[in-house]
Design a protein around this ligand. Structure first.
Ligand code: C2E
Ligand code: CA
Ligand code: CA
Length: 560
């Protein structure tokens, strides 16, 4: 073979060699190369220049130039190998190492080649092939389908000329648990069978690709609509039910699909994939075993959520900028005397028209979801205790209420934080009240038990917030023995408008009093509501009638 190549290379000119290498065009993934070892001359397929840090497809100083396109850590290895080849000690070259791409990033390649000697037996040429081993596969043997690489190539080949059809992103639900309980080979079997079920339901012009382990995409650029995609989803589900049935229910699983109008494709594959992934995620959030058709407003909501999370993270990293502590007065129901305040977070972020105030109903759940409630919870605690300490100079029995989220109870040493903050400002434990919403402890767990006992043994007030929303659990009142309960505005409002809730509210207050618990009624906006609440003998009132939440300085001006 080498003799034959020798003869061929003797016969053909260098220009012809260049042309042979040129045959390895951009549509091929591999790169052909030829090094003239005697003249230190390097030739490689033209399209390798677009991909790697190569000076051109034909250059001199072949050995030395490796310094520019081989990843630094691998240079010594390749140089040593080339030296052995140049000295005639090695006739084959087969190395797995890294080149640098056009952005200077390492790319794994396999470089194979053989040496062709000249008539005197001295090494003359090194000829071979380079392929990228880190590249994604074009087809997948598990599913028997084409892979995401083929899908992207197909979509990209349309430019931005897709005007109809759909993408349907299909996911197998809870695939990890299938793999975990039934084993990976069974998981692979299901991947293959789902692929078959999908393929069996497709009509002409539709193609299915295997995207990742448990996800597929059906692409249709014909006349079919998203409604047709829904019908297709139903057919696939039926086909899968038939398969599960035929296997005697050895495994039961469902599929979920996100559907995207293909006309939304604007030429950016990455953007389309984001939308497609969003549709599947949305369908899964809607409960799995269902489909979801892309709606712009849902996507906008997701973008807004991401923006808020980014700004919250930024605030936490930058001295809590954008956050402000507000305080709302709590007064004695009978006399109207100021007894304390509730600390409430406020958050502003840059919006379309200057700064925008984000409602706590929007950002508190995001703080909880991201865990940022831990630093923010410590921040508001500090602001609240500092404010209370100043207030006590004028009103010695002033008490401050702080909302604590269940996440703080489970994921941090919140009791220690509370005690340390009180200590820092020299405040008595009775000065602070911890508000926890009813829903926070419905599923009481050891963390909560410990927290509750810790508050009790340290004489810190514990307050059940938002009583009357959700599933009011009357057991809470005796089991948790709170210092007092806060009746939510929605419940108060209902009690003012219908006799049943009026009676219920009255009885709950009576019962709480018989258990020696106090009551705070929230959301009192009007005088007539106050009169009514007074008839119930509530203990405290919090509402706009007495004052809206405001910053500390304004609070002093208005209420002290
Ligand atoms: P919440 O703890 O029930 O706080 C009382 C909410 O009712 C406050 O809303 C307050 O501004 C509002 N409010 C008080 N009186 C009236 C009234 O007369 N009329 C009306 N319409 N509303 C009244 P805000 O400040 O928007 O807070 C909403 C919720 O956000 C809070 O409900 C609380 O669950 C949460 N939150 C606020 N700050 C914090 C915090 O620092 N930590 C935690 N974990 N949650 C917080
Ligand atoms: Ca509260
Ligand atoms: Ca409340």
């Amino acid at each position: 073979m080498v003799d034959y190549m020798n003869k061929v290379l003797d016969d053909i000119t260098k220009e012809q060699i260049g042309r042979v290498i040129g045959l390895f065009n951009p549509y091929m993934e591999d790169y052909l190369y030829l090094i003239d070892l005697q003249n230190d001359d390097y030739r490689i397929s033209e399209h390798a220049v677009d991909r790697f840090m190569l000076p051109s497809s034909h250059f001199q100083d072949a050995v030395k130039m490796h310094e520019f396109f081989v990843y630094e850590d691998d240079r010594q290895m390749i140089m040593e190998d080339l030296e052995l080849i140049l000295s005639g000690q090695k006739k084959n070259h087969n190395l797995h190492y890294r080149w640098l791409d056009r952005n200077g990033q390492p790319v794994w390649i396999n470089c194979c080649g053989g040496v062709i000697d000249d008539a005197e037996g001295r090494p003359h040429y090194l000829v071979g092939c380079i392929n990228e081993t880190g590249r994604k596969q074009r087809a997948d043997n598990i599913s028997g389908l084409l892979s995401e690489l083929e899908f992207s190539a197909c979509v990209r080949s349309y430019g931005n000329n897709i005007s109809s059809g759909f993408f349907m992103h299909i996911g197998i639900d809870d695939f990890n648990s299938i793999n975990g309980t039934l084993g990976i080979s069974c998981g692979d079997y299901i991947i293959r069978k789902v692929a078959e079920c999908i393929r069996g339901c497709l009509s002409n012009g539709q193609q299915v690709y295997h995207i990742v382990a448990d996800e597929y995409i059906v692409a249709d650029f014909g006349k079919h609509t998203c409604e047709d995609a829904v019908d297709l989803y139903k057919d696939i589900k039926e086909s899968i039910s038939g398969f599960v049935d035929s296997e005697n229910y050895k495994f039961v699983f469902s599929i979920t699909a996100g559907i995207l109008d293909a006309a939304l494709y604007d030429g950016s594959y990455e953007k389309m994939m984001k939308l497609s992934e969003f549709t599947l995620k949305q369908a899964r959030e809607n409960g799995k075993n269902c489909y979801y058709v892309f709606a712009q407003e849902d996507y906008e909501r997701l973008l807004r959520k991401r923006k808020i999370i980014r700004r919250l993270q930024y605030a936490v990293d930058n001295d809590f900028c954008g956050f402000e502590a507000y305080f709302q007065p709590i007064v004695d129901c009978e006399t109207g005397r100021l007894t304390g305040a509730e600390a409430l977070m406020r958050f502003d972020m840059p919006g379309d028209n200057g700064m925008e105030r984000v409602s706590p109903f929007e950002f508190i759940p995001l703080l909880e979801e991201t865990g940022l409630i831990l630093p923010m919870g410590r921040w508001i605690l500090n602001e609240a205790v500092a404010m209370c300490s100043e207030m006590q100079k004028t009103i010695p029995d002033f008490r401050i209420n702080v909302n604590i989220s269940y996440v703080q109870v489970v994921k941090s040493e919140v009791l220690k934080d509370i005690l340390a903050t009180l200590d820092c400002y020299g405040l008595a434990p009775e000065s602070i009240g911890i508000e926890l919403t009813e829903s926070g402890y419905l599923d009481a767990d050891p963390h909560f038990e410990r927290f509750r006992n810790g508050l009790k043994s340290n004489r810190i007030q514990f307050i059940i917030d938002d009583f009357g929303t959700g599933y009011s659990n009357l057991h809470c009142l005796s089991d948790l023995s709170p210092t007092y309960i806060k009746i939510d505005k929605t419940f108060t409002d209902k009690a003012m408008h219908n006799a049943y809730d009026h009676e219920l509210m009255m009885r709950i207050i009576e019962m709480a009093h018989s258990l020696e618990l106090e009551i705070c009624v929230e959301g009192v906006e009007q005088q007539d509501v106050l009169e009514e609440v007074r008839k119930f003998h509530a203990d405290y009132i919090q509402g706009y009638l007495f004052g809206k939440p405001c910053p500390k300085t304004e609070f002093y001006k208005q209420f002290v």
